[in-house]
Ligand binder design. Structure first.
Ligand SMILES: [Fe+2]
Ligand SMILES: [Fe+2]
Length: 405
């Protein structure tokens, strides 16, 4: 594998020395350069290509935010990481930071290594002639939704406040409506309708709420109908159903609550790459959907033929850039082919794949092409003894109420 080129930017020489030392083990895999200022780094970037930049935020002349904004405009394919302390000016910069991810100081070299390595590995899945052409047309990808970032901040506190969580949610009217709609449909048997986001948070649980907020905000960053053939509402419904099915199957498999939450979030986001492709490459995506309909094959197979990659890798790359937990990223990346996943996350990805397949197979009103998204043969034979239980859980459990949403 060719070495990756990483550029570090910091005005303090001590930080460089420490970094160089702690990243010594990466010498074989990374070619590292160090620049003492944003303007110096921009000069270096104009002469040679880099895969990622890691920048301090508080620097004289050009601060980290200004520097990373320049990178976003001039070198949009470079992964952008910001290094931040917890001083007040940095907290302010964090709110409008144009980085894909913010890492806290003092820098943890293992965290940095994993973050860069995993994200670039996913980007590498996208590199071939056709895909390079596609990526070159994607000028910029949206940032991690700000309300979600705030919500995570609150949830990471030692004692998160439900009142504060509901305040954050209430700031987005559309999101509040969606969450109240979801909670009232899920808990349809309650005698009184839930009308307050804090009651919704208590009923759904904070983890489910967090997944919903991320998915809703993510969906709302894209045009409502990027192309005529593509409905955002239908995609949301599909992702929600797959999320619910995934939870039901995970319960049958007696997975831990933590794993269930990861499964649910990954399932809600599994097809986010479709939105990116349809919004950024409308003409190609119209053609892909038409061909899938004509050939009666799954959309992702035509994506692979035409673009050299599928919405699974595209979505996973975006989520990885944003620093979502690796199991979620892998769940999205391998949801069509769980056997390609070699990590310990494979069992829960199999569940997402099964849930996705059931959802496509169950929907009588789905377009013809979608009904061809069937379960992978290897997965089917490996889970033969459990498939009936899984299907039953998806059809008749509490999920049937969730499905009315
Ligand atoms: Fe998919
Ligand atoms: Fe799907």
């Amino acid at each position: 594998m060719s070495p990756k080129h990483i550029l570090f930017v910091d005005d303090e020489p001590d930080v460089f020395q420490e970094l160089e030392q702690s990243l010594q083990p990466m010498r074989d895999e990374w070619r590292m350069r160090f620049a003492p200022s944003g303007s110096e780094a921009l000069k270096i970037l104009s002469r040679e290509p880099f895969d990622a930049v890691v920048s301090d935020m508080l620097m004289p002349e050009m601060n980290g935010s200004q520097f990373l904004t320049e990178i976003k405009t001039r070198h949009s394919q470079v992964m952008r990481l910001a290094l931040m302390g917890d001083s007040e000016p940095e907290a302010v910069l964090r709110l409008s930071c144009p980085a894909h991810q913010c890492l806290s100081k003092p820098l943890n070299p293992i965290q940095l290594r994993n973050t860069i390595k995993r994200t670039l590995a996913l980007r590498d899945l996208l590199t071939n002639q056709k895909l390079r052409h596609m990526v070159s047309q994607v000028q910029s990808l949206p940032g991690l939704p700000s309300l979600y970032v705030e919500l995570i901040g609150e949830l990471q506190k030692e004692e998160p406040s439900i009142t504060r969580v509901s305040e954050i949610i209430s700031r987005d009217m559309g999101m509040t409506c969606k969450i109240l709609h979801v909670v009232n449909s899920v808990f349809y048997s309650l005698s009184q309708k839930i009308t307050d986001p804090s009651d919704a948070a208590m009923h759904l649980g904070l983890e489910t709420l967090k997944s919903l907020v991320l998915t809703y905000q993510l969906f709302s960053q894209f045009p409502h109908q990027p192309i005529r053939e593509f409905s955002l509402e239908a995609l949301w419904q599909h992702c929600w159903n797959v999320g619910v099915f995934t939870k039901q199957i995970a319960a049958v498999e007696k997975m831990s609550y933590d794993t269930m939450d990861l499964c649910f979030t990954a399932a809600l986001l599994h097809d986010i790459g479709k939105l990116i492709l349809a919004s950024h490459l409308p003409d190609e995506y119209r053609e892909i959907m038409a061909q899938a309909r004509q050939k009666r094959v799954a959309v992702w197979k035509v994506e692979q033929e035409i673009l050299g990659a599928t919405h699974a890798e595209v979505g996973a790359y975006l989520l990885s850039l944003w620093g979502l937990p690796h199991p979620i990223v892998e769940g999205v990346a391998f949801h069509h082919c769980p056997i390609r996943c070699t990590s310990q996350n494979a069992p829960f990805i199999t569940i997402i794949h099964a849930a996705d397949s059931f959802e496509h197979e169950n929907r009588s009103s789905s377009p013809m092409t979608e009904r061809f998204m069937m379960m992978d043969d290897t997965v089917r034979s490996e889970t033969l003894d459990r498939i009936k239980d899984w299907q039953a859980a998806c059809l008749w459990n509490e999920g049937s109420a969730w499905l009315e949403i």
